[in-house]
Design a protein around this ligand. Structure first.
Ligand code: ZN
Length: 154
């Protein structure tokens, strides 16, 4: 496994429309392993492939319930509303309130290409929506209704 470099918001790859994954091979598994390691090193909740320079529909999330690998994810349905402060590993030092669905059902493929559905709520739903937006070239900054200042305490 290896740590990949996380690109920041000026990089045009973050505005790209990502293409579906078609090959579920060792190269994909390597990327997924690297993305997980990069996510944990950065202490984030989620990471999408374009954030490490790859224009493919892949995201990994872990909001404390274990790692979820989402390949070619689609939001089947969503409900409710939550408004909370959000950040992004590609937008260091920027935080703001974003309204997201409170629950969503995501259909995706796993690393072997098998389809599955997962129901996510609260932080999990927020994180999945944020990462899936990345795959369509959208950043949370586009959705912020109020920016906040958070001072680094470390
Ligand atoms: Zn992000």
């Amino acid at each position: 496994m290896a740590i990949r470099k996380i690109v920041t918001k000026e990089d045009p790859v973050l505005r790209a429309q990502c293409r579906p994954v078609e090959k579920f091979d060792k190269k994909l598994w390597q990327l997924l392993d690297d993305m997980a390691e990069t996510l944990y090193k950065a202490q984030g909740l989620g990471l999408a492939a374009p954030q490490v320079g790859i224009r493919r529909r892949i995201a990994v999330i872990d909001v404390g319930d274990g790692l979820i690998e989402l390949i070619n994810p689609v939001i089947l349905k969503s409900s409710g509303k939550q408004r909370d402060v959000e950040g992004c590993l590609s937008c260091p030092d920027q935080w703001g309130y974003v309204v997201r669905p409170n629950e969503c059902t995501v259909k995706a493929q796993d690393r072997n290409g098998e389809f599955f559905e997962i129901e996510l709520k609260e932080l999990g739903a927020r994180c999945a929506c944020h990462e899936i937006d990345h795959l369509d070239g959208k950043l949370f900054l586009d959705l912020v209704d109020e920016f906040v200042e958070i001072s680094e305490e470390e």
